[in-house]
Write a protein of this length. Structure first.
Length: 275
């Protein structure tokens, strides 16, 4: 699934194409995504100018003067620039057509979304999909103390708490395993029992892991492509533990273990990562 680094990489790419440009038309070929595309959306956006391309968690936020379009890439979707004469492929569901460019949403599983939040409904942060998201990992307020406060009283394993996205957004399955390895924390450790010092290490590890993923241009999907059509560098080329079960730990040489938590694979070093 595209996670925060992939979505942020996409945002940076489409911002160069969209921002300050008038949308000639929105072409909806398949409205049956995770939630139906609003039937009047194309008409309400034609001729409007994209003021800003933002992001909250894994949601792209395209701001117009009368509201904000919310775009989610789903499990395996991408939003990329295509040639103006390029014929749509199967699973190419939505086009944003400008005078100088076309951006196309490709979503084979149709788990993505193209929704609308009208300005009259209040700030976009109040939308039900966004209102309960945790802090952004590069927010100035995010640090070890923030995590320590958020984890207080939580008995669930730290890996599951990170994936829930209520304490901090953007730490997907791969990035959770990698961040916990860098912080030397066992994925089954109860979140509420982590000391402040361990939370400080974890916050720093999360930021470092996501920074590396951003530098790779998106990494959680082998077939992920950015807004310009460029492939991401799949993260297992850089990962220390993810998908390396049975291989030696790059730090101590112990064999990396694989367990399943919440139906998701977790990888860790039993020697470097203590409960």
């Amino acid at each position: 699934m595209p996670e925060l680094p992939e979505v942020e990489t996409t945002r940076r790419g489409i911002a160069q194409v969209m921002t300050g440009r008038e949308l000639v038309r929105l072409v909806v070929r398949e409205p049956r995504l995770r939630w139906p595309v609003p039937p009047d959306l194309a008409g309400s956006l034609a001729g409007r100018t994209v003021l800003e391309c933002g992001r909250r968690g894994k949601y792209l936020l395209l701001r117009f003067d009368h509201g904000t379009q919310i775009v989610h890439l789903g499990m395996s979707g991408s939003l990329r620039r295509v040639a103006q004469d390029e014929e749509p492929r199967r699973h190419d569901h939505v086009d944003w057509v400008f005078d100088h460019a076309i951006l196309r949403l490709h979503d084979p599983r149709r788990f993505g979304a193209v929704l609308w939040h009208d300005a009259t409904a209040g700030p976009i942060e109040q939308h039900p999909l966004l209102a309960h998201l945790g802090i952004e990992p590069f927010d100035p307020r995010f640090d070890g103390k923030w995590l320590h406060d958020q984890f207080r009283g939580r008995a669930a394993p730290i890996k599951q708490v990170l994936l829930a996205g209520l304490a901090v957004v953007g730490v997907g399955n791969i990035y959770a395993s990698e961040s916990l390895f860098r912080a030397r924390i066992h994925p089954r450790a109860p979140a509420g029992k982590l000391s402040l010092a361990r939370c400080v290490r974890l916050a720093q590890a999360i930021q470092a892991t996501l920074t590396d993923a951003l530098a790779s241009g998106g990494s959680t999907l082998r077939d992920y492509v950015g807004a310009g059509g460029e492939p991401g560098s799949y993260f297992d080329m850089h990962a220390a533990v993810y998908e390396r079960g049975g291989l030696p730990c790059p730090v101590c040489g112990s064999l990396i273990k694989r367990i399943v938590q919440g139906q998701r694979a977790t990888y860790y070093c039993p020697k470097c990562q203590r409960v």
